[in-house]
Design a protein around this ligand. Structure first.
Ligand code: GLU
Length: 415
């Protein structure tokens, strides 16, 4: 059963609070976001009509530093979903040892149906609407599902105009020509690949030749495929919202991407042995590693039993529900949770922000080396907790994350 993401986030938090032995008061504080802003954004459409879109910015907790998190444009955006995503950002920034709290934004819209002009007017309208509560030392947006560096450039430009000065540090994942960091575009996928390789080693599964299925072929799915392929794994299945493709001999991720850019989907790629559905991709036999890299709620109590992968690496936020987690844990499937597996994006966002503050631009190899270092030390910390607790990896990652947040709240005198 598909679950309300906020309910999911609360169940995960509750489990961590219990494992850490914290009392109910801590749960009470952390279960609610500090601030929720709902805005309506009137946009002049190309045909002259006005459409009003609903947007949110949720700020969950800023004990560790300014709120940080992406903005998604998706027809399924709800208030509860954005709350969950903001809360997940608090844990993600905490476990990755970043000086940030958690926030998230969303607009209920299908951006694929907008012209470039409409998308630009919507983006400028959204950032104007949330401008009173964002800023480089307050809350720093970034991309998420269906937003990209171009949207960040509009956010940055509009915010700067509003302030009457150039404010590059207000958003991250900007184009490299506009104070963006090298490596940010590939960062999340790169981090997913690092996490997959790390988890394989711990599992005793050779990464060389490991069979990988990836759901979602956007920024995260593509770069995960690219680096895993480069490091010797075999990408045997990929999909997008229109369907998937399978070839036991493996795909060349760059060729699949070029095909998708030309046709709008991976479906129909000439090297495919057969077409598969998204549901079939998740439950494929003969795969070792599964990377759900699309949206939340795709591995549920209904299909968890049928998952054949040995390791799941969560490229997306919230793809596995708590019920599915339990089923997978009993089956011995290792789930590398989103808050660590896809932290590469926000890690390089942090590096971009640091560069913006200092007026510097670091080299790509330097950024990727620092990203790998941070991913590995976070993974190491989580695995140590995992062995200590004998729990699943998600609970271990949450324990690390929640502990740091609670310690900071104690030190600041919030509790
Ligand atoms: N939206 C991404 C995430 O869920 C990136 C956030 C960021 O870079 O601030 O982690």
């Amino acid at each position: 059963m598909a679950e309300n993401p906020y309910e999911m986030a609360l169940k995960q938090l509750k489990k961590a609070i219990d494992v850490l032995g914290y009392d109910r008061n801590i749960y009470e504080i952390l279960s609610k976001p500090q601030r929720i802003l709902e805005v309506s954004i009137p946009v002049k459409m190309d045909d002259g009509s006005i459409k009003v879109f609903i947007g949110y910015r949720v700020q969950h907790n800023n004990v560790l530093g300014p709120y940080k998190g992406g903005v998604r444009y998706h027809p399924g955006v709800t208030r509860d979903e954005v709350i969950a995503l903001a809360m997940w950002m608090t844990w993600k920034c905490s476990v990755a040892d970043l000086p940030y709290g958690g926030g998230k934004g969303g607009v209920r819209v299908d951006p694929r149906k907008l012209s470039m002009g409409e998308l630009e007017r919507l983006s400028r309208g959204y950032i104007r609407a949330i401008a009173p509560i964002v800023g480089p030392d307050i809350d720093i947006p970034a991309p998420d599902v269906y937003t990209n560096p171009q949207v960040m450039a509009w956010f940055m430009d509009e915010y700067s105009k509003l302030k009457g000065r150039n404010v590059p540090g207000v958003v991250t994942a900007k184009p490299v020509e506009l104070w963006g960091s090298y490596g940010r575009i590939e960062a999340t996928g790169y981090g997913v690949a690092v996490a997959a390789k790390f988890a394989s080693r711990k599992y005793g599964l050779p990464f060389e030749g490991a069979r990988v299925a990836i759901q979602g072929y956007g920024n995260v799915g593509y770069y995960s495929a690219l680096f895993m392929h480069e490091w010797g794994a075999k990408i045997v299945a990929v999909s997008d919202s229109k369907g998937g493709i399978y070839n036991p001999d493996g795909f060349d991720p760059q060729k699949v991407k070029a095909f998708k850019e030309r046709t709008g989907t991976v479906v129909g790629f000439p090297d495919a042995k057969k077409d598969i559905t998204n549901e079939e991709l998740l439950t494929l036999e003969n795969i070792d590693i599964l990377v759900p890299a699309a949206i939340e709620n795709v591995i549920t109590s209904e299909n968890a039993d049928k998952v054949h992968a040995k390791i799941i690496v969560e490229g997306a936020n919230g793809p596995v529900t708590p019920e599915a987690d339990e089923i997978l844990f009993k089956k011995g499937v290792v789930v590398v949770p989103d808050i660590i597996a896809n932290a590469g994006g926000v890690i390089v966002s942090y590096y971009e922000w640091v560069q913006n503050m200092q007026g510097l631009q670091w080299k790509l190899d330097e950024v990727l080396r620092m990203l790998e270092d941070k991913m590995l030390s976070a993974l190491d910390k989580v695995y140590r907790k995992y062995y200590k607790l004998g729990s699943d990896l998600r609970t271990a990652a949450y324990a690390v994350a929640v502990e740091r947040v609670v310690n900071a709240m104690k030190l600041r005198g919030w509790i």
